[in-house]
Design a protein around this ligand. Sequence first.
Ligand SMILES: [Zn+2]
Length: 229
Amino acid sequence: MSATVQGPQPLRELAPGLTLARGGPGRTLNVYLLGTVIVDSGVRSSRRRLARQLAGRRLTPHLLTHAHFDHAGSSAWLCRTFDVPLWCGAGDGRVDTHRSRLVNVVQRRLLPVAACQVGRVLREGDVVEGFEMLEVPGHSPGALAFWRERDRVLLCGDVLANAGLRPERVRLVLPPAALSSDAEDNRCAAWRLAELRPRLACFGHGLAVTDPGRFAAAVQRLGQPRHRR
Ligand SMILES: [Zn+2]
């Protein structure tokens, strides 16, 4: 048997300049590449999978949709290994405050997130690799969604997840209130995202949704927010 040279694993391109990597099995922990910018890093043990998928790739800043243990778990490793800075939403810049109590407990005791210096704080309207930052607080205070209007591509982070196991079966769910800093604000954020009518909506957890009508209908089924921002 001949030896093979270990190069970067081919990753799945979802849209031009948007690639899917995996921080866990299937679509349980999605990690995205916007060009060479890597978005989220899965849990602490995702580093092994990510190392295989990212070997030999050049990366530029590492972005977080939000600073929770299942999105920032391998961020310190990623920043160190690829020598890239971490950028995240303003409200998540201090990773030790403002979270739901349950998230604090999980992150302190079960799945610790190693401290990582934030190189830049991102705000509404900032543009990275052609994607506009949308501040969507609720699941965490500094939660961000990423929106590219020209082809209507949206990264939702955990504002919503898709629990449907087949592409034709869309089942959007809101994150548990106990894991969110303000569940009602998060519901508002979900409605805001539905109004964008994305042609491709990607989530932190679950399969992407490629039908704007289905996406909006699935958000409406989750119930109207009591207030709108
Ligand atoms: Zn998550």
